[in-house]
Write a protein that binds this ligand. Structure first.
Ligand code: RP5
Length: 182
């Protein structure tokens, strides 16, 4: 596995990463074709040493699996769900309907409508069932939002997020310095 820059110390739990027996985040997607968009969410959780699971759950093709996944999520120890889907993207909303856990929806860019169909399907939830929606193909931000949510109850992740923000600032300031020397 590739080495990743880390913002939080490695978890004491054995087997952190997506094979963890104690995942805190569930990353699900409607199809394996969504994987390139969802992998940045997983890589982001790796950077913060957060254990997660990653699998395919299709709202339309595997409805029974969807119900089982969503209904069992909190009892299995998950604290946040990141759900990505394209087209008529009902996965995040249906999961949010069946669990009190926070659900982050990732609209996946499809071929015909450039992901706007998915964005609208995910963001336009009816009153009572919110899905925190990131940008089209916004897998990385979905991972970062999951870290922030966990950070409200896990001080080391709160601190790690603060460190991450400082690295972003440093990166930009280095560019400012370079540019002003041109
Ligand atoms: C959705 O339909 C999936 O989330 C995917 O984005 C899209 C296309 O799926 P495949 O036909 O590639 O399996 O359910």
């Amino acid at each position: 596995t590739e080495e990743v820059e880390r913002y939080a110390p490695l978890s004491q739990e054995p087997g952190s990463g997506h094979s963890s027996k104690h995942p805190l985040v569930g990353i699900i997607m409607g199809s394996d074709s969504d994987l390139p968009v969802m992998l940045p969410a997983a890589r982001t959780l790796d950077k913060f040493s957060i254990p997660y699971e990653l699998t395919i759950v299709s709202a339309h093709r595997t409805p029974d699996r969807l119900v089982k996944y969503a209904r069992s999520a909190s009892a299995r120890g998950l604290r946040v769900i990141v759900a990505g889907a394209g087209g008529a993207a009902h996965l995040p909303g249906m999961v949010a309907a069946m669990t009190p856990l926070p659900v982050i929806g990732v609209p996946v860019k499809g071929s015909s409508l450039d992901g706007v169909d998915s964005l609208h399907s995910i963001v336009q939830m009816p009153r009572g069932i919110p899905v925190a929606t990131v940008a089209i193909n916004g897998g990385m931000n979905a991972g970062l939002l999951a870290v922030r949510i966990l950070g409200t109850g896990m001080p080391h992740l709160f601190t790690a997020m603060d460190t991450y923000l400082k690295t972003l600032e440093t990166e930009v300031m280095e560019k400012v310095d370079k540019l002003e020397k041109v």
